[in-house]
Design a protein around this ligand. Structure first.
Ligand SMILES: [Zn+2]
Length: 307
């Protein structure tokens, strides 16, 4: 690809298709998800900015390299995150290709007294002699807190792999996959294409899109297998839950005032018959109810269905 085309492509990705005139012969490689507020800079309302920043920096270092760079050189750039991170340098490295990472959003996946999961949605644009491809994955980045400082501990999930032979999609799956109002990482698309996501959950997602465009961080892959810090299998692992980080252009972390659109949406979700549990900045029905809140559920809506 010519440098001019690449510059144009980058401009398109940063600015969105809609704001630019049609481009003849534009390569059909841009993911339909639009970029939202992103992680840089982080919202001032974030509750754990240092953890999110570190997890995002690791994700960017793993997905950003030049055509001539080797895994050893990537490892040296990961010095800041310690030896555990350096050992992962080759995870997203394709020898002879260039790669550029971009953070879509880092959401908390679990919080313990001295440990955390940050689910980083990262876009990786890869250029080879055959062209450019874009993958958007949800990475489960584990951190540990020592002496008041977050440190990298583990990459617990790379958010799955490309589905080459999808199961025949249901009407509900097609409705969600094709809805331009639903921004999803490829990790979530692969979950749907593998046939592992609840039809009831897909139906709720399609109805929610009628109210607001929204952004998904995870369905299943990329989320901790168990509810963080417990031995209980997560509803995400069963394909029965979705985490949403934005409604329209408003991040959940920025929409935590009573009466906000986010608050009203939680009230609407509460009325939907398929829903078993909603985690959000609010507990609508007190302790032990269907709607719950805690310090983890400040930056996203966790929506789980019964089956
Ligand atoms: Zn969740």
């Amino acid at each position: 690809m010519a440098v001019g085309s690449l510059t144009l492509l980058c401009a398109l990705i940063q600015n969105g298709w809609a704001q630019l005139p049609p481009v003849p012969n534009a390569p059909d490689i841009v993911n339909p998800a639009t970029h939202q507020n992103g992680a840089e800079p982080l919202s001032q309302n974030e509750t754990h900015p240092n953890a999110k920043r570190l997890a995002s920096q690791v994700a960017l270092a793993l997905t950003t390299y030049s055509q001539t760079e080797t895994a050893e050189q990537i490892a040296r750039r990961l010095d800041f995150a310690g030896s555990e991170a350096k050992g992962l340098a080759a995870t997203f490295h394709i020898p002879g290709a260039w790669s550029k990472g971009r953070i879509i959003y880092p959401q908390l996946g679990g919080l313990g007294a001295s440990a955390a999961s940050v689910m980083v949605v990262v876009e990786q644009m890869v250029g080879t002699s055959e062209g450019i491809r874009v993958f958007i994955r949800t990475l489960d980045v584990r951190l540990a807190l020592s002496d008041g400082i977050w440190r990298f501990a583990d990459l617990a999930s790379i958010g799955g792999t490309l589905i080459t032979e999808p199961a025949p999609p249901s009407p509900q799956a097609l409705a969600v996959l094709n809805d331009p109002r639903i921004e999803m990482p490829d990790s979530a698309r692969w979950d749907i294409l593998s046939g592992s996501i609840s039809q009831n959950l897909l139906a709720v997602m399609a109805r929610l899109a009628e109210r607001f465009p929204f952004g998904v961080v995870t369905l299943s892959q990329g989320h901790p297998y168990e509810v963080f810090g417990t031995d209980r299998q997560s509803d995400h692992t069963r394909g029965r839950a979705v985490d949403i980080y934005r409604l329209g252009d408003t991040l959940v972390i920025d929409g935590r005032t009573d009466g906000s659109a986010v608050h009203q949406t939680v009230q609407w979700l509460y009325q939907q018959p398929e829903i078993r549990q909603i985690g959000s900045p609010w507990a609508l029905d007190g302790v032990g109810g269907k709607s719950f809140t805690d310090r983890l559920h400040q930056d996203h809506l966790h929506i789980a269905v019964a089956q």
